[in-house]
Write a protein that binds this ligand. Structure first.
Ligand SMILES: Nc1ncnc2c1ncn2[C@@H]1O[C@H](COP(=O)(O)OP(=O)(O)OP(=O)(O)O)[C@@H](O)[C@H]1O
Ligand SMILES: [Mg+2]
Length: 509
C-alpha cells in the first residue's frame, strides 16, 4: 500500500431525490492523519454525502474504495465494522439509557453469565471520557444532560470503536469554546494516530484552526478541494456561496426608547443568581458566556419555562409572573430555544404549514386563512433566508438540518413578538443565511422589538449587539458597551470573570 493511497476514496458518488440531486458525481479522497473539512451552504449535500459513506443511505451511482478496495456498506453497522464511524448531525442517543450504556452501545462488556459487567463498563467509559477531558455522571440517563454533554457522549461512543475514519457532522454546533478546545485536542490526538477525520462545520474560523484540507460542495456538486494553506476565508465564502459577503456592523445604540423588558435580581437556586437586565425598544443585547454558565437558564426563567425563585420581571413597566410559556407568549414574548428539536416543527408537514400555522395568528382573519398573504410570507422567508427547497409544499423532514433551523427561526420572526429571546439563533446555519438572520434581527429591532441574544460565538454577538453582558458561573460579571465593547475584554471576562467593579462600562438604563 503506497504512502499516498487514500484511506477512503469516493468516486463520482450520486444521490437523487425527487426533484433534486442532493449529491451529484462527487469525488472525495481522505488520507490517514488528516483533518478534512467538508464545507457548503445549507442543503449543499454534506450530510447526504457522509450518510452514504457511513452506510446509512444508499447511493444511486459512484463507488467507495476503502484502502483501495471497493466496498458496499448496507448499514451503519457494516461501515462501523470496517472502521468508519460517523457522528450524525441529529444525535442518535437513547435518551433513557445511562451515559455508560450509550457509550458502549452494542458492545457492552458482559460477565460469564451474560449480564452487563458494570465495573468493566464504568472503567472503560471513564477512560474514554478521560481522553476527551470531560467528566460526566456515568449512570445518569443522557436525556438529563445538556446538548454539549450529549455531544461528548456521542464522540466517546465513536471513540470506543477503533475507527480509521471518523466523520463529524457539525460537532461544534452545540459546543462552547471550552468544550471545543477539548474536542480539538482529541481530534489532534486521533490525527497523530493516523485516523482520517472529516469535519463539517459552518464556522470558518474553526476550519482554519483544525483542518489540513478542505472540500467545498455547492448544490450537490464538487466545487474543489484544497490544502488549507492555499485558501483564504474570503475564497472559501466565495466558493460556497458564489458571492462575496459584506460585513455587518451592530446597529446604533437606542436612546430615549421605552423600556420593554426589565429583569431585577432574578435568581433560581443552584442555577443563577442576581441577574439584572434592561432592554429598551430597539435594543439588541447579548449574553456571552461559556456553555453551562447559566445563559440558557436565564432566558427560560424570563419566559416562564422555568420558575425563578428570586427577583422579578417587568414587561412594559408592569411586573409579570409567567407560570408558563403560553402566558409569556400572550404578553408578546418569544423564545427561540437552544434545542430546536423541542421546537415543534411539524416534520411530516409541508414547509408552508410550518411557516404559517394558524397558531402564528397572523394569517387568519374572521377564522379564514388569508391564503394570498400566507403564500407571499412563506415565499418571502424562503427567499430571504435562502432556504434550499423545491418549494413551499416540500415536507420539512426532507430539508437539510440547517434549513430546518431556518424554518424554526422564520416561525419566530413571523410571530412578530415584541420581546424576543434568542438562544443560539444561527446554530447550524450557513454563512450566507447567518448574515441574512442578522439583518432580520436588526430589522425587528428597528421596528421596535427588544431582543436578547445568547450565543457561543463572540463574533456573532459583536455583529448584532450594541451591548453585551458576560455571564459566568450563574452570575453576570460584566457589561460592555461603546468603548469597552472589545472582543478581548469580553473573552477574558468569560474565562476568568474579569471585569472588577468599575472596569466594565455600565450603561445607564
Ligand atoms: N429524504 C429526502 N427527500 C428529499 N430531499 C432530501 C431528502 N434528504 C435530503 N434532501 C435534500 O437534499 C439536499 C442536501 O441535503 P443535505 O442534508 O445533504 O445538506 P447539508 O449540506 O448537510 O446541509 P446543512 O448544512 O443544512 O446540514 C437538500 O436540498 C435536501 O432538502
Ligand atoms: Mg447537514
Amino acid at each position: 500500500m503506497g504512502e499516498n493511497q487514500p484511506v477512503l476514496e469516493v468516486q463520482a458518488i450520486t444521490r437523487r431525490y425527487p426533484g433534486v440531486t442532493a449529491v451529484d458525481g462527487v469525488d472525495l479522497a481522505l488520507f490517514a492523519g488528516e483533518v478534512h473539512a467538508l464545507l457548503g451552504e445549507n442543503g449543499a449535500g454534506k450530510s447526504t454525502l457522509i450518510k452514504m459513506i457511513g452506510g446509512a443511505l444508499r447511493r444511486d451511482g459512484g463507488r467507495i474504495l476503502l484502502h483501495g478496495q471497493e466496498v458496499d456498506f448496507r448499514s451503519p453497522a457494516d461501515a462501523l465494522a470496517a472502521g468508519i464511524a460517523v457522528i450524525y448531525q441529529e444525535l442518535v442517543l437513547c435518551p433513557h439509557l445511562s451515559v455508560a450504556e450509550n457509550v458502549l452501545m452494542g458492545h457492552l462488556p458482559q460477565t460469564p453469565t451474560m449480564a452487563v459487567d458494570w465495573p468493566t463498563t464504568r472503567r472503560l467509559v471513564a477512560t474514554l471520557l478521560d481522553q476527551l477531558g470531560v467528566t460526566l455522571p456515568l449512570e445518569v440517563p443522557v436525556a438529563r444532560l445538556s446538548t454539549a454533554q450529549q455531544q461528548m457522549v456521542e464522540i466517546a461512543k465513536a471513540l470506543s470503536r477503533d475507527s480509521r475514519v471518523l466523520v463529524l457532522d457539525e460537532p461544534s454546533a452545540a459546543l462552547g469554546r471550552r468544550d471545543l478546545e477539548h474536542l480539538f485536542a482529541v481530534i489532534r490526538r486521533l490525527r497523530e494516530r493516523g485516523v482520517a477525520i472529516v469535519y463539517i462545520s459552518h464556522r470558518l474560523e474553526e476550519v482554519f484552526e483544525i483542518a489540513d484540507r478542505v472540500t467545498v460542495l455547492k448544490d450537490g456538486a464538487l466545487v474543489g478541494a484544497w490544502p488549507i494553506a492555499d485558501v483564504t476565508m474570503h475564497g472559501l465564502v466565495r466558493a460556497m456561496t458564489g458571492r462575496d459577503l459584506g460585513m455587518l456592523a451592530a446597529p446604533e445604540t437606542t436612546v430615549g426608547q421605552p423600556l420593554k423588558l426589565e429583569v431585577r435580581r432574578l435568581g433560581r437556586r443552584g442555577v443563577f443568581a442576581d441577574v439584572s437586565l434592561r432592554l429598551h425598544a430597539g435594543d439588541v443585547v447579548g449574553i456571552a458566556g461559556l456553555v453551562g454558565s447559566g445563559r440558557t437558564e436565564v432566558l427560560r426563567a424570563i419566559f416562564g419555562a422555568d420558575q425563578p425563585d428570586a427577583g422579578e420581571v417587568l414587561v412594559d413597566g408592569e411586573p409579570v409572573r409567567f407560570r408558563s410559556p403560553a402566558q409569556a407568549l400572550r404578553h408578546g414574548l418569544g423564545l427561540l430555544p437552544e434545542d430546536r428539536k423541542t421546537q415543534g416543527l411539524l416534520l411530516g408537514r409541508a414547509l408552508r404549514e410550518n411557516l404559517s400555522l394558524a397558531s402564528l395568528g397572523r394569517f387568519s382573519r374572521f377564522g379564514l386563512l388569508q391564503l394570498g398573504e400566507e403564500e407571499r410570507a412563506v415565499r418571502g422567508f424562503i427567499q430571504s433566508l435562502n432556504i434550499a427547497t423545491r418549494g413551499p409544499s416540500q415536507s420539512v423532514v426532507t430539508l437539510s438540518g440547517g434549513n430546518q433551523q431556518k424554518v424554526v427561526l422564520a416561525r419566530w420572526l413571523a410571530r412578530r413578538c415584541r420581546i424576543l429571546l434568542f438562544d443560539e439563533p444561527t446554530r447550524g446555519v450557513d454563512v450566507g443565511a447567518k448574515e441574512e438572520i442578522y439583518r432580520l434581527i436588526h430589522e425587528l429591532a428597528e421596528q421596535g422589538a427588544a431582543i436578547l441574544v445568547v450565543s457561543s460565538e463572540l463574533k456573532e454577538l459583536f455583529a448584532i449587539c450594541q451591548r453585551i453582558h458576560v455571564m459566568r458561573e450563574g452570575r453576570l460579571v460584566g457589561e460592555y458597551a461603546g468603548e469597552s465593547l472589545r472582543e478581548d475584554r469580553v473573552a477574558e471576562a468569560m474565562l476568568i470573570g474579569g471585569a472588577s467593579d468599575g472596569d466594565a462600562a455600565v450603561v445607564a438604563g
